[in-house]
Design a protein. Structure first.
Length: 220
C-alpha cells in the first residue's frame, strides 16, 4: 500500500523536478542493486513508483487542456490527436507489463556484459530525438476522452499491482532488449514507462497549443 501512496502523491503547481528535467532520468542503474537487507531494493522500487505517479499526474494535467470535442482532432495531418497519443501510451505500457510478467515466470536470460551496455534510460523522456514507433496504433482503442483516460489509469494500476506483488524480489536479473535503447533490466523498463509518459506529456502540450489555431482556421 505504501507503493500505491507514492504513486498517487499529488503535486501542487509544477510537476517535480525529475519530470521537468530530462537529465534527472536514468537514476536506476547497476549501482542501485539491492543490499543484503533489502533496503536497496526498496529504495529502487519506491523511486520508480514515485516517478510513475508523477509522470501520470503530469500527463493528465496536460490532457486537461484539450476538450472532449477536440480529443480526436489532429492539429496537423502529420501530428497525432490526443486520443492517438493516449492509445500509444496504453499500448506500450501493456506490452512492457506483459513482457515483464512473462520474464519473471521464466529463468532470466543471460546477456554478455557488452550487450548489457545501453543508452541512458533518460532518453525515453526527451523530445530532442524524434523516432518512429514500432508499435502500431489499435483503432479499436480510440474512444471518448474520459473513457480513454480511465483506461489509461487502469493500465497504470495494473503496472503498480505488478510492482507491488514482486517488490520482495530482485528483478534486476531479468533483461530484454528495447528497440532503441538496448538491453534493459526490468527496473529500467519500468523507469522507461515513466520517462516515455513524460516524453508524450510534452507532445500532449504541443497538441493543446496547436489545436486552438486549427479550430480558429476552421471557423473562418
Amino acid at each position: 500500500m505504501r507503493l500505491r501512496r507514492l504513486a498517487g502523491r499529488e503535486y501542487n503547481g509544477e510537476p517535480p523536478e525529475f519530470i521537468r528535467a530530462d537529465t534527472s532520468w536514468g537514476a536506476v542503474r547497476r549501482g542501485d542493486a539491492p543490499t543484503k537487507d533489502g533496503r536497496g531494493l526498496t529504495t529502487v522500487v519506491e523511486a520508480i513508483v514515485e516517478k510513475l505517479g508523477g509522470a501520470q499526474t503530469g500527463l493528465l494535467r496536460a490532457a486537461d487542456a484539450i476538450s472532449a470535442e477536440q480529443w480526436q482532432t489532429k492539429p496537423d495531418p502529420a501530428m497525432w490527436a490526443a486520443a492517438e497519443l493516449t492509445c500509444h501510451l496504453m499500448t506500450v505500457e501493456r506490452a512492457v507489463l506483459g513482457a515483464a510478467d512473462r520474464n519473471v515466470h521464466n529463468p532470466p536470460r543471460a546477456f554478455p556484459l557488452i550487450k548489457r551496455l545501453h543508452l541512458p534510460v533518460g532518453l525515453a523522456s526527451s523530445r530532442l530525438f524524434r523516432l518512429k514507433t514500432p508499435v502500431p496504433l489499435d483503432p479499436a482503442l480510440i474512444r471518448e476522452k474520459e473513457a480513454m483516460l480511465a483506461e489509461l489509469r487502469d493500465v497504470r494500476e495494473r503496472t503498480l499491482a505488478f510492482i507491488e506483488a514482486t517488490s520482495s524480489r530482485d528483478l534486476s536479473v531479468y533483461r530484454w532488449p528495447h528497440p532503441f535503447l538496448g538491453v534493459l533490466n526490468l527496473y529500467e523498463w519500468m523507469e522507461m514507462i515513466a520517462g516515455h509518459e513524460v516524453r508524450h506529456t510534452k507532445q500532449m502540450r504541443e497538441i493543446a497549443a496547436s489545436l486552438p489555431k486549427v479550430v480558429a482556421t476552421l471557423q473562418k
